[in-house]
Design a binder for this molecule. Structure first.
Ligand code: FES
Ligand code: FES
Length: 217
């Protein structure tokens, strides 16, 4: 057994004080196009894209759930591809085009995908809805007539805690089927839905809530 040392232990570094006394890193300039609008920002390097969209740009539709890259509620499109906004730093978005769920409805009218989610009961609490809408947007742009199997494969990237997967797949499939018919592409996200593209659908007024764009509390 080692005899106790009679010399005073070396002082451990005070990591907390050391870190606290370090100067804040300077914000970094970021130029990004968000939902078609060029934005020049100055952001801290540690800020996630989701954080900047929610707080700095006032776009609350991008929901943050796990913040670990697992649930996909924060899915946005970066240069047309789905990306986890909780994992991506805002500075990484420099020079890119970002699309959020707020880009889908136009002039207060839901697009085909949003209408389908509403009509097929593809949302319960709605927390996951923005992520699924953006995931489906990317899929249907590339594959307007995606098969149910492809849709199922695509949406498997995201989680719905309410368990509404069948209805979510039904909703996306209904848009894919309509797109394959005649109005090819017209009703796909980014455009207002023509009245005749969704039989029986009433125009949505600006006062109505937009699925997937609830503000975070
Ligand atoms: S909040 Fe981004 S993946 Fe869950
Ligand atoms: S509708 Fe509630 S988590 Fe998907």
């Amino acid at each position: 057994m080692t005899a106790p040392s009679d010399t005073a232990p070396e002082r451990l570094p005070d990591l907390v004080s050391d870190v606290a006394s370090e100067p804040e890193p300077a914000p970094i300039p970021v130029e990004v196009t968000v939902n078609g609008d060029p934005r020049a920002l100055s952001v801290e390097a540690r800020r996630s894209l989701a954080d900047v969209l929610n707080r700095a740009l006032g776009l609350p539709g991008t929901q943050v759930g796990c913040e670990l890259g697992a649930c996909g509620t924060c899915t946005v499109l970066v240069n047309g591809e789905p990306a986890r906004a909780c994992l991506m730093l805002a500075v990484q978005a420099d020079g890119t085009e970002v699309e959020t769920v707020e880009s889908l409805a136009r002039d207060g009218r839901l697009n085909a995908l949003q209408k389908a989610f509403s009509e097929k009961y593809a949302l319960q609490c709605g927390f996951c809805t923005p992520g699924f809408l953006m995931l489906a947007t990317a899929l249907l742009r590339k594959e307007p007539d995606a098969s149910r199997e492809r849709i199922r494969e695509s949406v498997s990237a995201n989680l719905c805690r309410c368990g509404g997967y069948s209805q979510i797949i039904d909703a996306i499939e209904s848009v894919a089927t309509a797109g394959a018919d005649a109005t090819a592409g017209d009703a796909i996200p980014g455009d207002a839905v023509p009245r005749d593209a969704t039989p029986g659908a009433e125009p949505t007024t600006a006062a109505e809530p937009t699925p997937g764009t609830d503000a975070r509390s």
